[in-house]
Every structure is written in structure tokens, then in C-alpha cells.
Design a protein around this ligand. Sequence first.
Ligand code: AMP
Ligand code: ZN
Length: 143
Amino acid sequence: MDCIFCDIIKKRSKAEIIFENEKVISFLDIRPVNSGHALVVSKEHFDNFLTISPESLKELIVATQFIAGAVKRAVNAEGFNIVSNNGTVAGQTIFHFHFHIIPRFKNDFHFRFDTKPYNESSLKESGKSIRQVISKYKDIFHG
Ligand code: AMP
Ligand code: ZN
């Protein structure tokens, strides 16, 4: 399987690596939103947020918290976004699960989802259909 992030992990491709341990690697995004924009990647290949194992996800999110603090301090950011794109429709381009750490500065750009209000019945209908799926699959959740 061709995967640029697996190639970086195996040191077959270059990257500006900022952190690495047994389970996780982090390197700078080659097309940053802002300087210091980093990616945090599980060393084991999983396609997306739904297929990564809970153990690997825990390692990844704890490393992401640590690295986000370091990025924020290093580039003097005032805040940051943690982003994960899942599926082509959501903007995912590399199908090896990762978190983006995007340092943010006052007035750097406008980042808001385009939101719309529910009407009363569609709010209840959405809640009901999601609760139905959750109750059907609750036995596989061991959080
Ligand atoms: P996503 O679009 O959420 O899947 O994020 C993939 C990110 O990986 C994009 O922001 C790309 O700029 C970045 N990217 C792609 N190839 C490389 C690479 N070789 N080294 C570093 N970042 C990369
Ligand atoms: Zn991979």
C-alpha cells in the first residue's frame, strides 16, 4: 500500500520531524496554515478516526496534547486548533490517521463552520436517530 506517512515513519521520505517515540511521530505540515502547523501521526497505519484502535488513539491524543503545548510556546501562538479530517468530503487527503495542530494568532484568518439553526422537529429527529444507533452498538463501547 502506498502511504506517504508510512514512508516518513520508515525514513524512506524526508520530513521535518519534531517528536518521535515508539508509537507516535510528529512532523511539520509541508503546506502549513501557519508556521509551526504540525501533524501527529500514529506509527501504526489506520485509515481514519473510526478505524484507529482505542489504545493507539489514546497514545496519539496524549502526545498531541504535549506537542500542542510545545508548538504554542515555540511559535508564541495565542491559541491553536486541533483538527482531524475524516473522509474525502471532510477534506481528508492522506488516509493515514493524524491530528493537525494549527497554531493561531490574533486576526490571522477567519475559521468558523457555516452553521444553520435546527427547527424544533429536526432537532428531535436527529437526536432520536443518533440515540437509536448508539443504543444498537453500545455493547462495543468500553470507554
Ligand atoms: P489531510 O488533508 O487532513 O488528510 O491532511 C494531510 C496533510 O498532510 C496536508 O495538510 C498536507 O499538506 C500534508 N502533507 C502531505 N504530504 C506531506 C509530506 N510529505 N510531509 C508533510 N506534510 C505532508
Ligand atoms: Zn500509512
